[in-house]
Write a protein that binds this ligand. Structure first.
Ligand code: ADP
Ligand code: MG
Length: 554
């Protein structure tokens, strides 16, 4: 239906339009997408991060409090006081009351021997710690918190030790054991979601507390130790089984511990996936809508363009046609002019011959000559008629423009035809409107127009046919005269050529000049002729002439 240049244009405009509209939508969706993804990730990670941060704080506080207490005891009491069993017992009693987790308390002298002890393992009394690493560390650092270890006892514990050095250089060490499992347990109980776990590691990846997923205290944890960070971090990673986990961790200050929380069954993105689908869906619908609207609009526009192109083409064709007619007209006028002179000579000579014939009394073949001369005269008359019409077609005759009443001119013209109509019993119906505007035209030309059309109408109908003449206002400022007959009508081919000079379907009877002449006249007056005809039904010729006034004083 659509020719390819229009289709191409259409496609191009649609693509450009759609692209400019869709691009921002795409951009916006992408930004939204990323923003949402960030939010959702943060939302999934934040609880774990918060747990680790909170636990870290309490754990650090727990250790700091206890280590300070031991330090205080070491320096607040003299060696003799601490060496006294009863005093140490009293101190231990107060400590246990104030702080949870203390298992025992002991005093170690400069040489590393346990000289006093309160707690469940009194058999340790007198044991020598000088070979142990922590003993050397505390001698250098004054304070020491160990990793979790079993040592001489049978349960995992942490040792907190503090050394006091007097002004005289005497030194002793107070050492307490803390059951961290207790603490971690309270932390795990407080912990959050079902598929998550919180535990302590040392820097070698050995579990310092029981883990729900990765083993008991002092076993090697299969999840590798994360890179050092004293701030809580969350990473999406996978465990030794390749399962995705969310891992949050933090290195504890002042000890070798790393606090780790793990969340298994990481599918925190359930709602994110749904939202993502929504975003994609909205995007798709938007793109579709934009494309449809663009395609529709452009389609309508292109259709209009195509229509107006077609109209222009038609107008061009029409112009070409009228130009052709006018040039043929000029040619015909020239020919007519040229032929008029020889015709006059022929006529004159024929007249002369006639005169000679009349003067000659005894002419043997007078009859024959007479009839031949008459034939010559007739032919000349016919030729003159034709040239006369041809000149009319090209407006080579004198014209006098007047303001004319169309109805009056129509009635005058009808007078010429009354006889023929009566003779052939053709009904002529007149429907003439009153008060029509005047038309500025030459009377003879206007008569010619009506006469030619009426002549054709009468020629088209059979005897007893009907011709209807109508005049009416056309628009605001024009008059339409239509002459309708119920005669033979025209085929398409005839309609196409009707205004061409010498086009006739009437063989010798027609000249083919009638319609071409009136075409010239009507066009010159700024009017137009409409032809409406159907084979066997009849023809309506409508002549539209604009109202016209003579310039004042003309
Ligand atoms: P002519 O009448 O000499 O043939 P015209 O120019 O007047 O030449 O008309 C050209 C042709 O147009 C006619 O031969 C006829 O075929 C056709 N024609 C004009 N008017 C009518 C009509 N009213 N009904 C049918 N055919 C018509
Ligand atoms: Mg005619």
């Amino acid at each position: 239906m659509q020719s390819s240049p229009y289709a191409n244009l259409r496609r191009k405009i649609v693509i450009i339009l759609a692209a400019t509209a869709i691009l921002p939508v795409l951009l916006l969706s992408a930004i939204n997408y990323m923003e949402f993804e960030r939010t959702f990730t943060a939302e999934a990670q934040n609880p774990l991060r918060a747990t680790v941060s909170k636990s870290k704080n309490s754990l650090e506080l727990f250790m700091a409090e206890r280590s300070s207490t031991i330090s205080l005891i070491a320096s607040a009491f003299s060696y003799e006081d601490l060496a006294d069993v009863r005093t140490l017992q009293r101190i231990f009693f107060v400590m246990q009351k104030e702080f949870s987790g203390f298992v025992d308390l002991g005093l170690i002298n400069e040489q590393g021997a346990l000289v006093n002890y309160v707690g469940p393992h009194r058999e340790l009394l007198g044991i020598d710690y000088s070979g142990q690493e922590w003993f050397h560390k505390v001698r250098f650092q004054n304070r020491f918190v160990s990793e979790v270890f079993r040592g001489f006892r049978l349960f995992p514990h942490v040792v907190i030790a503090a050394q006091h050095v007097t002004e005289r250089g005497d030194r002793w060490i107070v050492r307490a054991t803390i059951d961290t499992a207790q603490f971690m347990k309270s932390m795990s109980i407080a912990h959050f979601e079902p598929d998550s776990d919180i535990f302590l590691l040392n820097r070698k990846g050995v579990l310092q507390s029981d883990s729900l997923f990765y083993g008991k205290t002092l076993e090697q944890c299969p999840v590798p130790v994360p890179v050092q960070s004293y701030e809580t971090r969350v990473v999406n990673t996978s465990d030794h089984n390749g399962r995705p986990i969310l891992l949050s961790y933090c290195y504890l200050a002042g000890s070798d511990f790393v606090l780790v929380a793990v969340k298994q069954n990481v599918n925190p993105f359930q709602s994110w996936f749904m939202l993502r689908t929504d975003i994609l869906l909205i995007l798709c619908v938007s793109i579709l809508a934009i494309y449809t609207v663009a395609a529709r609009t452009v389609g309508t526009l292109i259709a209009r363009l195509q229509e107006s192109d077609k109209e222009r083409e038609q107008a061009m064709l029409q112009m070409e046609h009228s130009q052709k007619l006018s040039s043929i007209g000029r040619l015909a006028a020239g020919v007519a002019h040229e032929i008029n002179n020889p015709l006059a000579i022929i006529n004159e000579k024929a007249g002369l011959l006639c005169d000679i014939l009349e003067m000659e009394q005894a002419f043997p073949r007078r009859e024959q000559f007479d009839s031949n001369l008459k034939a010559i005269s007739n032919a000349v008359a016919r030729c003159r008629d034709i040239t006369h019409r041809m000149l009319g077609f090209a407006r080579r005759m004198d014209v006098k423009i007047e303001e004319l009443d169309v109805n009056a001119v129509l009635s005058e013209t009808l007078l010429f035809l009354e006889k023929e109509a009566q003779h052939r019993s053709i009904v002529i119906i007149q429907e003439l409107a009153d008060g029509l505007p005047k038309i500025a035209c030459d009377r003879g030309q206007l008569q010619q127009v009506f006469l030619n059309v009426l002549n054709n109408a009468l020629a088209a109908v059979d005897d007893g046919g009907e011709t209807r003449i109508r005049s009416a206002l056309h628009g605001k400022d024009a008059v339409a005269i239509s002459i309708a007959d119920n005669g033979v009508g025209m085929d398409e081919e005839t309609k196409k050529h009707i205004f061409e000079p010498f086009f006739t379907t009437k063989k010798e009877k027609g000249t083919g000049l009638g319609m071409s002449i009136i075409y010239g006249i009507v066009k010159r007056h700024g009017g137009e002729i409409q032809v409406d005809s159907a084979m066997g039904k009849g023809t309506t010729i409508t002549i539209i002439l604009p109202a016209g006034h003579l310039p004042a004083g003309a």
